[in-house]
Design a binder for this molecule. Structure first.
Ligand SMILES: Cc1ncc(COP(=O)(O)O)c(C=O)c1O
Length: 463
């Protein structure tokens, strides 16, 4: 592609993205795509000859756009957000423009040093003065924590598990499956993962944890890691991190805190309680790509003792050695992958262009949306709030599982909003998660009117 063509097409794409961000998508937020429908429109073989970018863009509009789920549309309220922003897109664009590989300090000094500074900034915003790095996702961050915990107990990288007693891992029954997967990958075995019962607020019961650990020690197993969650995926429950830290300390276990969503809210002074007990843990991660307007992917991993992480993950073949190795940080030693994207750029853009107070204001508004929405649900006959939201997510039920499911499906089928579900206390629960960059109160009111109308039509079908 000629450079002038790149510029011409690039300007057009920026204009298109600007319109997409300001107007939202005109079609349904959740596409009604049948499996295979996109593939059917794509040629089975690659083009031999060059095609104009305009043709690719036309196909993007005709084939891709109607068949994507519009995660950044203001009508998206499913799962947790993956919110983007103008500044985040600009930073990401520059990262693509430079195309650097941030594996070592020497392969791009600014990438490493900006990343160090961004973790410092985030740490100040959260009151957590630890070192850390940017990972792609919370899944990778959890895997790193598990590998660090494993290696702290025994030299598994060299010896493998062959002669070792089993290592055990613990988390709440409501935690995300990221720990389960990390335990698989680390070779620790799911049979040795304990899902600790939660209380009526869906938070881990510390006494049940203590008992489970004591049982495992008595059986000759070695407790390696406990993961607390601050803001569970199903209901945004918050585990008692400080009490879990005490138990982890008693048994010399690694304590990882997964705050994938909720960490962003902890930058608000009134939400700083979310960080209670975290400084006593060993690692902490949250995703600016969920609720801090930093386009996917960007997960910040903080570690109290980075040496433990590096012991598990540092490897330096001859061809990667550089003259500065003893004086600098090489972030390839802090994670699974060698090659790394320059993610700090988008975070830098986001934090500078919003300012901390701008980020706080937007997140505060999302919290207000959740409270307002919960108030409406509470007042509506036939709907029941599962818990008062303390974060961005409202969980509620209709008067039967069938009706809850039907209500959610009807909202999603309308194309006017997208909700998701979970199961809590064996009941089918509808979740509404706020946190879109472009959602305003008007969108939230519209969602409520739609939901209320559909619910009332179900309860009292039209003659
Ligand atoms: C609490 C929690 N932990 C972990 C994850 C996994 O996040 P990622 O997609 O960054 O691996 C999620 C995803 O929603 C989550 O809600």
């Amino acid at each position: 592609m000629e450079h002038e063509k790149f510029a011409e097409h690039g300007h057009r794409l920026i204009d298109w993205i600007t319109e997409y961000m300001s107007e939202g998508y005109s079609g349904p937020v959740l596409p009604k795509t049948e499996p295979g429908a996109v593939m059917a429109q794509l040629p089975e073989t690659p083009p031999l000859e060059a095609e104009p970018a305009d043709a690719v863009f036309a196909d993007f509009k005709n084939i891709v756009l109607p068949n994507v789920t519009h995660w950044n549309d203001p009508r998206f309220f499913a799962y947790f957000p993956a919110n983007h922003s103008g500044p985040g897109i600009l930073g990401d664009l520059l990262s693509s423009g430079l195309g650097v590989n941030a594996m070592s300090w020497a392969t791009s000094p600014a990438a490493t040093e900006l990343e160090i500074r961004m973790i410092d900034w985030l740490g100040q915003m959260l009151g957590l003065p630890w070192r850390g790095c940017i990972q792609d996702t919370a899944s990778s961050a959890t895997l790193c924590a598990v590998l660090a915990a494993r290696e702290r107990l025994a030299d598994i990288n060299q010896a493998g598990f062959y002669t070792q007693k089993p290592m055990t891992a613990y988390t709440s029954e409501h935690a995300h499956s990221v720990l389960q997967k990390a335990v698989w990958i680390a070779g620790m075995g799911e049979r040795f993962l304990r899902l600790i019962p939660a209380d009526r607020h869906f938070a881990m019961q510390p006494e049940a944890l203590r008992e489970a650990v004591a049982r495992d020690v008595a059986a000759g197993f070695r407790p390696a890691i406990v993961m607390s969650t601050v803001g569970t995926t199903s209901s945004t429950a918050v585990d008692p991190v400080a009490e879990i830290a005490t138990i982890a300390g008693e048994y010399d276990m690694w304590h990882h805190v997964d705050a994938a969503l909720a960490g962003s809210a902890a930058i608000l002074p009134e939400m700083r309680w979310l960080m209670d007990g975290v400084p006593e843990a060993d690692s902490f991660c949250f995703n600016p790509h969920k609720w801090m307007f930093t386009n996917f992917d960007c997960s910040a991993l903080f570690v109290r003792q980075p040496e433990a992480l590096k012991k598990a993950l540092s490897i330096t073949p001859e061809f990667l050695k550089t003259a500065q190795d003893s004086a600098v940080e090489n972030f390839r030693d802090w994670g699974v992958q060698l090659g790394r994207r320059f993610r700090a750029l988008k975070l830098w853009y986001v934090i500078r262009c919003y300012g901390v107070s701008g980020l706080q204001a937007k997140i505060r508004e999302h919290l207000r949306m959740a409270t307002w929405f919960a108030d409406q649900v509470e007042r509506e006959a036939g709907l029941t709030l599962v818990t008062r939201p303390r974060l961005n997510t409202v969980c509620f039920m209709a008067d039967s599982d069938e009706r809850s499911r039907a209500l959610m499906m009807a909202v999603n089928a309308s194309g006017e909003a997208y909700l998701s579900h979970t199961v809590l206390d064996d009941r089918y629960v509808v979740r509404v998660a706020f946190g879109q960059t472009h959602s305003t109160f008007a969108h939230v009111e519209k969602l409520w009117q739609l939901l209320r109308r559909l619910h009332r039509e179900m309860v009292t079908p039209a003659e």
